[in-house]
Design a protein around this ligand. Structure first.
Ligand SMILES: *Cc1c(COP(=O)(O)O)cnc(C)c1O
Length: 396
């Protein structure tokens, strides 16, 4: 083997670089240990503190924590009054949970296609799908870029719909100068380890609506209340009432301690993500084989994901070949997302291919590159080198 060949077959990296990873420091660990040594392991002072700090970070009246983001979405659908036969419009370019929460309430997810540039829900398509059965819209701030929230909220207002924003990707992002979490009726955040900040598993709903807030608290705790003003009768100090069928979706104090400690680092984490994105954008701007992510001027993304879109006309390899070649360079690539209605369960419910052509076309051409605050600039440069190497191998 010639030296040249050896260089070509040797991977850019010796060790595997994941696409996302949490960043836990000693202060985080200490915050959790403090809870373990204290009196409350669940729904105690740490949960209250985390919720208050989260609400004040976002700039809303209320934040309600949940055991995970999916449970939080379920809660939002419940308090929005979504029920059997109702239709809820969402995007197929998301994780299944954005639509599953509608099914939990025996309602019908309706998929609207995405915008060509931002990959977010297209308000024009949303409007076409609104009818008398429509109850809510669930826009997703895909990759951390806010959806067209003003347009979507306007449609909702005109038709008396509720907007539940899935901002699992977008904590720390802004839309027209406003923090994501303040714009829609309710906004959901996820605290899964691949997201910006983590509680292991966890979720949050932010809202300015007191009625939603109180109902969310009750929903995450079996539908039980001890609030004297809400009780139908009162047998004594031990008395509580289960007034509707809720769930046990509470966050523990152990998780919440990790959460408020992580929250202190959120702006730093977002800053590092933005910095790495600008390095990627600069390095890839002149490559005609790929399209870098478009950013609409009204938003400032918090960059959960960095997605390149292949220009397959300029390549001899398929997306699968390029993807596998990047894996062979030890780069932890991924695909976000398989359109939700491609899933066998959705197919079984009657959803067919062809529903959202733009999302389907996008799915064939995308690759997510590693992006997380704990990666180093050398890691970023490895990704850039690997992408350039693979693209030049597969170029026409
Ligand atoms: C992560 C994620 C969720 C679900 O959050 P969990 O905390 O994992 O339950 C929902 N929607 C989107 C878009 C996500 O990325």
């Amino acid at each position: 083997m010639s030296l040249d060949n050896e260089k070509e077959t040797k991977p850019v990296r010796d060790s595997y670089l994941p696409y996302g990873k949490q960043w836990i420091d000693d202060k985080d660990i200490q915050a959790v240990v403090d809870v373990l040594k204290g009196n409350y392991l669940t729904t105690g002072p740490a949960v209250n503190k985390f919720e208050e700090l989260f609400a004040s970070y976002v700039g809303v009246k209320y934040a309600v924590s949940f055991s995970n983001g999916t449970a939080a979405l379920h809660g939002a659908c419940f308090v929005a009054g979504i029920g059997a036969g109702d239709e809820v419009i969402t995007t197929p370019m998301t994780f299944a949970a954005s639509a599953n929460c509608v099914l939990y309430q025996k309602a019908i997810p309706v998929f609207a296609d995405i915008c060509e540039q931002t990959y977010n829900l297209d308000p024009v398509k949303v409007k076409e799908l609104v009818n008398e059965k429509t109850k809510a819209i669930i826009p997703v701030d895909f990759t951390g870029q806010p959806a067209k929230l003003d347009e979507i909220n306007k449609i909702a207002k005109d038709h008396n719909l509720i907007v539940i924003e899935d901002a699992a990707h977008a904590v720390g992002a802004t839309y027209k100068g406003k923090k994501v979490g303040t714009v829609s009726d309710m906004t959901m955040f996820s605290l899964h380890p691949v997201k910006h900040i983590t509680t292991g598993e966890g979720g949050m709903i932010t809202t300015n609506n007191k009625e939603y807030y109180e109902k969310l608290l009750q929903f995450r705790s079996h539908g039980i209340t001890r609030d004297e003003d809400k009780l139908l009768r009162n047998d004594g100090p031990w008395y509580y009432e289960m007034q509707f069928l809720g769930y046990n979706y509470r966050m523990t104090d152990i998780q919440a301690a990790l959460g408020f400690s992580q929250l202190e680092k959120l702006d730093k984490f977002v800053g590092l993500r933005r910095k790495y994105v600008s390095l990627y954008n600069e390095a890839f701007s002149k490559l005609e084989q790929i399209k870098t992510p478009y950013q609409a001027p009204e938003g400032n993304s918090s960059w959960h994901l960095y997605i390149i879109r292949l220009n397959l006309e300029k390549l001899i390899g398929s997306r699968k070949e390029v993807f596998e070649a990047l894996q062979n360079e030890n780069i932890g690539v991924n695909v976000h997302y398989i359109p939700v209605y491609y899933q066998p369960y959705y197919h079984q419910l009657g959803y067919e291919k062809g529903l959202c052509p733009k999302a389907e076309e996008l799915y064939e051409e995308i690759i997510s590159l590693p992006l997380f605050p704990k990666m180093s600039e050398e890691d970023v440069n490895d990704v850039i080198e690997a992408v350039k190497k693979v693209l030049s191998l597969y170029s026409k």
